[in-house]
Design a binder for this molecule. Structure first.
Ligand code: MLT
Length: 290
């Protein structure tokens, strides 16, 4: 199914990729780009919509000192192919599984932020044995409401009519807090560049995939792996109430609320985010030995 030998290229294209080496694998008929740095317990990071794996640059830099950090451009994003065809979250979960096979990784700790969390639920439904633990960040278990689905279809139309810059205009106020937008122009530019570097087929494909996604609330009580939930206190896209619901229903889950962060808590407060991830991963790593 997979397995062209990995090709390593370092590129810098204005999306903070300067320090992220790119590797490529042929997965399920497409080219998938990813990074793989460090050694130890594998941590696999799944990015938000409509971004790419460079949103994890601060996590890779800090956490690769202790762990093996794998970040993936999900199909439709970044340097990965964005086929003009139907997208589903199950298909993204299959891509992640195939990449794990390619890397000969049996089990990992997964970190999914927002859409990355939706994919993590799809992945857990299919491949629970591959999940040693999970971190669900700024995400939710509920499916879209009818109104939410309509909003996705309209956004897909906007993507086709006006292109990715119009999607960046819509998304940035949903992703970042007003204070971040006012005081961190470099971060805003970085997020805008990630959105604008996507192809329309990938943006629209994801919107359809998210609109069609399953309700994962019934799954919550079935989750048996250690789980950490993280949310920015100012997150309006997937507010803290959604995280509390997950924390109440996933057995033994922990919840951490990050102050002064909105939806992209890993980018707005990277140190706080990294501390939570590192503490959870260290504990999980020790479980292996005991
Ligand atoms: C994301 O950050 O991945 C999106 O905001 C998720 C969504 O639109 O539901």
């Amino acid at each position: 199914m997979i397995a062209n030998g990995p090709l390593t290229v370092t590129i810098s294209n204005g999306t903070n990729r300067a320090n992220m080496s790119s590797l490529y694998a042929q997965i399920n008929g497409i080219t998938l780009a990813y990074s793989d740095r460090g050694t130890g317990l594998p941590l696999v990071f799944l990015h938000a919509f409509p971004l790419n794996r460079t949103m994890w640059a601060q996590q890779e830099k800090a956490l690769a000192l202790e762990f093996r950090i794998i970040t993936i451009d999900l199909r439709g994003h970044g340097e990965s192919d964005a086929p003009l065809w139907r997208y589903t979250l199950d298909q993204s979960a299959d891509d992640v599984r195939a990449l794990l096979d390619h890397l000969a990784i049996q089990q990992a700790l997964f970190v999914g932020l927002s859409m990355g969390g939706y994919i993590l639920f799809a992945f857990y439904r299919k491949y629970a044995a591959r999940v040693k633990g999970m971190i669900l960040a700024d995400t939710r278990a509920q499916a879209d409401t009818e109104e939410g689905k309509q909003g996705r279809f309209q956004m897909a139309q906007t993507a086709y009519k006006k292109g990715p810059p119009a999607i960046a205009d819509i998304m940035i106020p949903k992703l970042l807090s007003p204070a971040t937008i006012q005081t961190k122009p470099d971060l805003v530019r970085q997020v805008r560049a990630m959105v604008e570097n996507n192809q329309i087929s990938g943006i629209a494909g994801d919107l359809m995939a998210m609109a069609e996604r399953q309700d994962s609330v019934p799954l919550l009580s079935q989750i048996t792996c250690p789980t950490q939930i993280i949310v920015g206190e100012l997150d309006q896209a997937t507010p803290p109430s959604d995280s509390r619901l997950m924390a109440e229903q996933i057995p033994h889950a922990r919840l951490a609320v990050i102050p002064h962060a909105a939806h992209l808590s890993n980018l707005e407060q990277p140190e706080a985010f990294n501390q939570i991830v590192a503490a959870f991963a260290s504990e999980l790593g020790k479980k292996k030995q005991s």
